[in-house]
Design a protein around this ligand. Structure first.
Ligand code: AMP
Ligand code: MG
Length: 414
């Protein structure tokens, strides 16, 4: 009689369970706005001023009163000059003010005429000269209104939001020299597998049969750093139970997460599983995705434990789909699920799989998607060639021309 295997968990169920464990870390840091790229805001940022602070010109030209232009026969004298960083006097009736981009609009003026639409009558001395406006301005033209970007008292950035480069600029635009962000997760990274050799340790021509270079360690560390983590790279843990237990125990003392790759397939002889079980709790999940079926979550003392599959593409994809949202939620990020967009497949995928598939594809110039020909979970080239994943539902074949859901790597790398 064959044992009844429990059904595989859906990705959505696994993610929901994982996020339920991801209680946001305590601890807030004040960091310079310059240094806050990629961090998560720990509190709302409320503006103590409006942006722009005053009505100002969006052109180099002349600030005018539209009615004066309409009635002017000939030339209006230039009564003042207002550069960015200065403030002008009220606009004298029947005159114009020379004005530059970013300079405050003088009171009384109700439009700006760009210099290209004016003829200067005396070019040497603007103040005693005059301007002929060649077309009737519209009320309010080329004026950026006070507060059109940010209103006084408004929440410009919210707690739980990711600080992007544009967000840093916005924070700076309301005078924030520093921002309060959540602390960085501390992650211990382990590789498992006695076949693994570090690049540099053995030259390619001297590699023993069966040995392979440790590639997961490199991309996992880079992915963790991109997510704002402090990484302790423990390296390759020897394939012995005692050593594994000791390494896990030590890492659990001062890390929020222990992340391993390899050795989580069912039935495999490895030491991570019994070691985690002896120190805490382990939930081995078989997730109905391809690549990336084996995945483990557990706890060692106060630290979270996540075990990723060893196959490089499986490790990469499960990191993006599960570890990234987990780590971002630890940092208090509210929106952790990536956007996917509909795009046209320019390939056939004639064999349906029971599992939800994540195919490595690349956008072409026409906006369609090309497929990397080898979708094996060991072929890391597919993840370098590709710029994203097709999220293909279980049991679904694809014909060229079909619309499919595309997740860009850019959506899940930060
Ligand atoms: P495992 O999940 O340990 O059964 O490993 C599955 C496959 O991934 C095996 O072919 C391993 O050799 C390979 N693998 C495991 N860890 C790594 C690693 N760090 N870098 C490259 N390949 C790995
Ligand atoms: Mg292994």
């Amino acid at each position: 009689m064959t044992a009844v295997r429990p059904p595989l968990k859906s990705l959505d169920d696994a993610l929901a369970e994982l996020l339920a464990f991801a209680i946001p870390l305590e601890g807030v840091e004040s960091v310079s706005t310059f240094e806050a790229d990629g961090r998560v805001l720990a509190q709302d940022i409320v503006s103590a001023l409006q942006v722009p602070p005053q009505d100002n010109s969006s052109m180099d030209g002349y600030a005018v009163r539209c009615a004066d232009v309409a009635h002017a026969v000939g030339v209006l004298p230039v009564s003042q000059r207002i550069a960015a960083g200065t403030s002008g006097a009220p606009l004298a009736p029947n005159t114009v003010a020379r004005i530059f981009t970013g300079a405050p609009i003088p009171s009384g003026a109700d439009a700006v005429v760009m210099q290209e639409d004016c003829v200067l009558e005396t070019s040497e001395n603007l103040l005693s000269g005059g301007v002929r406006v060649t077309s009737q301005p519209e009320l309010g033209q080329w004026i950026r209104r006070a507060g059109e970007d940010v209103k006084l008292g408004s929440v410009v950035l919210s707690k739980g939001e990711l600080l992007t480069p544009a967000a840093l600029g916005l924070a700076a635009s309301i005078g924030m020299e520093s921002v309060n962000v959540t602390r960085r997760p501390r992650v211990a990274l382990f590789s498992t597998g006695d076949e693994l050799v570090m690049p540099g340790a053995v030259a390619p021509e001297h590699m023993k049969p069966g040995a392979i270079y440790n590639s997961n360690r490199f991309f996992l560390r880079a992915l963790l750093v991109r997510l704002g983590c402090e990484v302790t790279d423990v390296g390759i843990v020897p394939d012995q139970l005692d050593a594994t237990v000791q390494a896990l125990k030590q890492a659990a003392q001062n890390h929020d997460l222990i992340l391993t790759s390899g050795g989580v397939s069912v039935g495999e002889e490895d030491h991570i599983k019994p070691a985690v079980q002896s120190l805490g709790a382990l939930n081995l999940w078989q997730i109905a995705i391809k690549p990336g079926k084996p995945f483990a979550y557990g706890r060692v003392d106060d630290a979270h434990f996540i075990g990723l599959p060893g196959n490089p593409v499986s490790s990469f994809v499960t990191f993006l789909l599960l570890v990234r949202p987990f780590l971002r939620r630890l940092q208090g990020l509210v929106r952790v699920t990536p956007n996917s967009v509909a795009a046209q497949a320019n390939f056939d995928w004639p064999k349906a799989d029971k599992r939800r598939e994540f195919l490595r594809v690349k956008r072409n110039a026409a906006g369609g998607l090309d497929l990397y020909p080898n979708q094996s979970s060991g072929v890391l080239t597919s993840a370098v060639w590709g710029d994203g994943l097709v999220d293909n539902p279980p049991g679904q074949t694809i014909r060229a021309g079909d619309l499919v859901q595309f997740i860009a790597f850019n959506e899940v790398l930060g």
